[in-house]
Design a protein around this ligand. Sequence first.
Ligand code: 3HC
Length: 314
Amino acid sequence: MKSEKELEEIFEKKLANNEFIEPKDWMPEKYRHHLIRQISQHAHSEVVGMLPEGNWITRAPSLRAKLVLLAKVQDEGGHGLYLYSAAETLGISRDEMIEALHAGKAKYSSIFNYPTLTWADIGAIGWLVDGAAIMNQVMLQRTSYGPYSRAMIRICKEESFHQRQGYEIMMRLALGTPEQKQMAQDALNRWWYPTLMMFGPPDDQSPNTADAVKWRIKRETNDQLRQKFVNQTVPQAEFIGLKVPDPNLKWNEAKKGYDFTPPDWNEFWRVIKGDGPCNKERLAARIKAHEEGKWVREAAAAYAQKHNKEMLVS
Ligand code: 3HC
């Protein structure tokens, strides 16, 4: 039997060799808890993220747009499932995670506490929010925990369709009538800073980054990813004739990136503490859906039990 020190050495060696840590491997308790926190928060974000977009399925401007949005929202539900399953391999149950969300103990992404006021917001979510999510998740494809990494590979493939779906909506509006272009610009104005907040607080105010980088859960920091996102997105806005709402935005040749105004971090902390424009509405909608789906879970469990019994008898 190996001592704790030997087990820790094996764990460190795997990290150093860029090998995955798998569910049955020994891992420090702090690593396990860090992952449960992050993966469950990520899963909750996918599922809560279905709400602002789901709100527009019945009002999509064409059958094609409706079909695409329906498929996208369904994908997000699937992402939630992969992520809950990855978190379950760390020894927490789905019920415990969902209870923590409903009790307001577990977070979900700040971005989903903002309202979707027009059809252009659906474009802005796909382009900016999914674009930011991909920026973070491409890095997470190489995260150190095997099940999380594998979930991310599939999720990233689907997210890249989502990003294009959003950009297509923005492009159509931006190249449309002056009113449509204004609608797209207004959506960009409202979603820009909340999107920059998605990457998390600045590195010097981020309590979890040091451990995450040490354990190779994160391979890039919040600020590094935010900078990459700005560099990638500004030319996309320019291409369709929209203006990023930041008077200080300027290309900085020395750092080969844009200088930009940071978001209002007081607003960020307020939103993640429950005081954003839609926090109460989102949580109430999730709790209602969970309660109304109780009979489905019970029927599925009863069916599984009956089916298993029949399999054992035959
Ligand atoms: N929204 C809500 N909470 C946030 C946040 C955000 N945008 N950014 C940071 N926080 C929270 C953290 O969870 C942490 O709180 P906790 O310690 O109570 O959990 C606190 O603020 C301090 O932040 P840190 O930077 O120290 O936290 P992390 O190192 O965990 O970094 C993160 C935050 C970058 C969001 C990281 O957790 C991460 O990479 N998570 C995985 C990706 C993810 O969750 N994405 C959700 C985006 S939405 C999505 O994918 C849906 C898609 O369909 C668009």
